[in-house]
Ligand binder design. Structure first.
Ligand code: UDP
Ligand code: MG
Length: 324
């Protein structure tokens, strides 16, 4: 892999984007030409559009663009598989042909003018460069607050994400290959990339409004995405069940002391002590039992995800034949 003039593939997932695509393409291709003329990226660099099973004319558009230019390529998924899967599909195709990838949404809400800076950072030795939004004025109040709450909750639960970073990022070839080693089905890519361990950096920009068309992330998809993000990375909710169980056990013990005093002072109505103690004790044992089962289910879950155990950064003294 050479780092002087890398081949760049810009990967763009598109779902029903016929309104936004022509404008976005125009801007992306201009940027591409500019970067090529500055020798920032190699001439073999391309735009790669992934049609995520669109029901409008998105694929026809991509097809025409690809037919008209060797700088455009397209992949059509057989049916709508979701943004994260479409992105994975694109990255896995791109990685075979390029040194670096930049992923960006088709509506270009993220500022494409920071892409050259991302490439510069790559040349300085970064494997992953995150695009981070400085502020979200252009998003609706609702989207801003829910997103803010989501990032906070994720961090509380111990999931490593970069605040205000969506899926606008540069990844080197080896970072993409490492990402592709995560074979899980419930994908939350931005949680995985922070785990890869390679050298990373952030570039900041202001997020603008969607160029055309409507958001393809209705509330339902957003909630599902958030649940995926949490449950794919954190066993804390299970631990919480266990903790509530233990809390109930403590309450049961307090109740025991209370019941005993009441009993000896002759204030206990007959039948009440056994009843009240059973309620708390049974509750505590049920929750603790669920917590224990949850721990095992959590272990099984991490096993079936089959994630790679480690990720090698550099080696010395190995492959001596190759080096000579
Ligand atoms: N997208 C996709 N498949 C889907 C939903 C969305 O490929 O099922 C793409 C969409 O075309 C866009 C990106 O994912 O390029 C982000 O979607 P959008 O901009 O609508 O999300 P928002 O910015 O509103 O969160
Ligand atoms: Mg958008």
């Amino acid at each position: 892999m050479t780092t002087d003039t890398p081949i760049l593939y810009i990967v763009v997932p598109c779902f029903n984007e016929q309104e936004a695509l022509p404008g976005s393409h125009e801007r992306l291709i201009n940027l591409m030409h500019e970067m090529k003329s500055q020798d920032l990226i190699a001439t073999g660099s391309k735009l790669l559009y992934i049609d995520d099973g669109s029901r409008d004319d998105t694929w026809q558009l991509i097809d025409e663009l690809a037919a008209g230019s060797s700088e455009v390529a397209g992949v059509k998924l057989a049916c709508n598989s979701g943004h994260q899967n479409a992105l994975m599909a694109g990255l896995s195709q791109a990685v075979e042909h390029c040194d670096i990838t930049v992923s960006i949404d088709a509506d270009l809400q993220d500022d494409i003018n920071v892409i050259p800076t991302m490439v510069e950072r790559y040349k300085q030795g970064c494997d992953i460069v995150f695009g981070v939004r400085r502020e979200r004025k252009s998003d609706s109040w609702f989207k801003r607050t829910t997103a803010g709450m989501f990032y906070k909750l994720m961090n509380r639960l111990g999931v490593d994400t970069i605040n205000n970073h969506a899926d606008f990022r540069l990844m080197s070839r080896r970072a993409v290959l490492a990402l592709l080693d995560y074979k899980e089905r419930n994908l939350f890519i931005r949680g995985i990339v922070t785990k890869l361990g390679y050298k990373t950096d952030c570039v900041y920009y202001d997020r603008s409004a969607r160029m055309a068309g409507e958001s393809k992330y209705p509330l339902r998809k957003m909630v599902n995405f958030a649940i995926d993000g949490i449950t794919s990375f954190s066993v804390k909710p299970v631990r919480l069940v266990m903790q509530v169980g233990l809390l109930f056990l403590i309450i049961a013990l307090i109740m025991l002391a209370y019941v005993l005093t009441a009993y000896f002072m002759g204030r206990a109505v007959s039948g009440w002590p056994s009843l009240i103690l059973s309620v708390w004790l049974v509750g505590a044992f049920v929750l603790i039992g669920l917590g224990i089962i949850g721990e095992y289910v959590g272990k099984i879950y991490t096993e079936v995800k089959n994630r790679p155990r480690y990720n090698v950064d550099t080696t010395v003294g190995l492959n001596s034949e190759e080096e000579q």
